[in-house]
Design a protein around this ligand. Structure first.
Ligand code: ATP
Length: 582
């Protein structure tokens, strides 16, 4: 397929807000495209070159893209700026200038040619690379028609304005084959093990949906992590899953460890590769794990070598940094409590029962068992079928300053990407009617008045993910309870992701904000209660009905380890509301 033709699809998708229509357009596109082009196309649709867990970025700022446009069309910056100011859209500005210019170089580029050039652009680094990037994009613009220029400019900036997520792509793959969404669960299951949309699309195109059956874990492709359901007493847990293994719930950060050919890669909850941050864990894995190839998970917790005590989250989190990594690693060494084994030496373990996985995990660690010596420790698990015993273990965990416990069903499989009853978390409830915190997306903020005018932020709007419609709905506007530092931090982070594109946000007029931000920043919120509210859109069926809102919301922490779609879902919020009122 030619890139020009792909741009027609981009335009059609951009012009509609209907999820269903977008799904149909994508399905038409996938039907038409050749198998060897579909993976590249899927990445381009997302403004990327490779799946997001491979941190290959274009590495261009808007300034660089503007330079490409100026060079391609031989434009004065002033002229470009005045036009850009009017439209506010860099893609459409490039398109407009291209319409006015006759170019002798115009060619009908194929998707492969465009992809190849973008790949070159993304991988060029070092001295003089900005110049190379400017030239590659300028050359592409000179060779392309006006509509293609709109998207050629947007792709490297990652601002496609198409307004859909991975889930809609999965629906569209189902639609391509069946003309409905009925295959989405099968496709999604494979995607949870191999969250590489390009790879999934190509497998389906080449081998049909049956081709997905053979998909298993692949070292260096992170598996979407399993999550736990919630209950709030030992008895409830036993009633639900019977005899179980009770493990402490450590409060650090979760890492998925991949090891092969003496190379270790670490992935965070949102599948970002974070290996460079944790040299001590990398060393620990190389020395203390006995396998040729392995994928396992654990919780990394800070450790005080002097007192041999584990550190609270607020201290452990200092290890999440881009600079001074080695010195911080000496000051706050980490211990990794291994709790799950997913793959070892060619064997896919995701589908076998917990107790078998656990035995294999125990055998995989070649450690002394001494906390002061090992980096990788085995999370202790105690077997029980008695509610009071679970309560006791819970109290012990709390007394040690931990968050609570996680009970694991003995014959439960590991369910990638799912929140399931095979794991149940039992956490300390916070003086409130709801027994868990709520992870929310920051959608925008109001500029401050009065006391906080100096910070430039007075309140921020948060929402949760509505899986059914692939959109975000609001639950609170938070204007109190943050420290001065937190206000400054949230403002700084929001300003980096400002946008005027609110496609995918469902917000009541009353809750509109001064500055909108892209779906990116996730915060953990503590609230006293979930209430009904006419001005919030979570679960609201129309303008005259009520949605759900958080009462007395407070910021607990930033959740950089979560993707926007991993916020609490609307369904979970509705369940919490029902439970609270029971
Ligand atoms: P929370 O905010 O309650 O930590 P979450 O949304 O981050 O929840 P959940 O799946 O709901 O994630 O809770 C499980 C989290 O607990 C895991 O992601 C992991 O980071 C952490 N954890 C700590 N100890 C364990 C353990 N022994 N087994 C599994 N997960 C553990």
């Amino acid at each position: 397929m030619k890139f020009k033709h792909l741009s027609f699809f981009f335009e059609k998708i951009e012009e509609t807000a209907s999820r269903l229509v977008i799904t149909e357009y994508l399905a038409d596109l996938f039907k038409e495209i050749a198998p060897e082009q579909i993976d590249k196309t899927v990445y381009l649709l997302q403004g990327r070159i490779r799946p997001s867990f491979e941190s290959l970025e274009f590495g261009v700022a808007e300034k660089t893209v503007v330079k490409s446009i100026l060079s391609a069309f031989n434009l004065e910056k002033k002229l470009f700026d005045s036009e850009y100011r009017i439209s506010g859209d860099i893609g459409k500005t490039a398109e407009k200038f291209k319409k006015e210019i006759m170019s002798l170089e115009e060619k009908d580029l194929s998707i492969d040619e465009v992809y190849r050039d973008f790949y070159r652009l993304a991988t060029s680094s070092g001295n003089g690379s900005q110049e190379v990037k400017i030239n590659i994009l300028a050359h592409l613009l000179r060779q392309s028609d006006p509509l293609s220029c709109r998207y050629l400019v947007r792709i490297p900036l990652g601002i496609m304005r198409l307004g859909f997520s991975d889930m809609t792509v999965l629906d569209a793959l189902s639609w391509m084959i069946k003309g409905d969404k009925s295959l989405r669960p099968v496709i999604e299951k494979a995607y949870h093990v191999r969250p590489d949309l390009g790879f999934i699309a190509r497998t389906i195109k080449e081998k049909g949906v049956d081709g997905l059956n053979k998909i298993g874990p692949e070292v260096f492709t992170p598996i979407i992590m399993m999550r736990a359901e919630r209950l709030s007493s030992g008895q409830e847990i036993v009633d639900k899953i019977g005899r179980c293994a009770v493990e402490p719930k450590y409060d650090g950060f979760r890492l998925q460890v991949h090891y092969k050919n003496d190379q270790v890669k670490l992935y965070s909850r949102n599948l970002e590769e974070v290996s460079y941050m944790y040299p001590d864990i990398i060393e620990g894995v190389k020395k203390e794990v006995g396998a040729k190839e392995i994928v396992f998970e654990g919780e990394a917790v800070g450790f005080d070598p002097k007192t041999e005590a584990f550190l609270p989250f607020q201290e452990t989190v200092q290890r999440k940094r881009k600079y001074d990594i080695e010195s911080k690693a000496k000051e706050i060494p980490l211990k990794l409590f291994a709790f799950e084994l997913l793959y070892k030496d060619g064997e896919n373990l995701v589908g076998i029962p917990y107790d078998e996985r656990r035995k294999k995990l125990e055998k995989s660690l070649e450690v002394s068992g001494k906390i002061s010596q090992d980096t990788i420790l085995l999370a202790p698990g105690e077997l029980t079928d008695e509610g009071p015993k679970i309560e006791l273990l819970f109290d012990e965990a709390i007394a040690k300053g931990l968050e609570g416990i996680i009970a694991k069903k003995l014959d439960g499989i590991y369910q990638p990407g799912a929140r399931g009853w095979n794991w149940i978390k039992f956490k300390r409830s916070y003086s409130s009617k709801i027994d868990d915190t709520i992870d929310c997306l920051v959608m925008g903020y109001d500029v401050g008045k009065g006391k906080r005018a100096g910070f430039g932020i007075g309140a921020f709007l948060v929402g949760v993910y509505d899986t059914q419609y692939d959109r975000y709905v609001t639950v609170a506007k938070i204007g109190t309870g943050l420290t001065d530092e937190e206000w400054q931090e949230i403002r700084k982070r929001c300003d980096k992701i400002r946008t005027d594109d609110t496609k995918g946000y469902e917000v009541d007029k009353m809750m509109s904000v001064d500055v909108w931000v892209k779906p990116s920043l996730v915060v953990e919120i503590k609230a006293d209660e979930i209430t009904k509210s006419p001005v919030h859109t979570a679960g609201r069926s129309n303008k005259n009905s009520s949605g759900l809102a958080l009462r007395f919301p407070r910021l607990v922490r930033f959740r950089d380890d979560k993707n926007p779609q991993e916020t609490t879902t609307l369904t979970e919020l509705e369940e919490m509301f029902a439970k609270q009122n029971r």
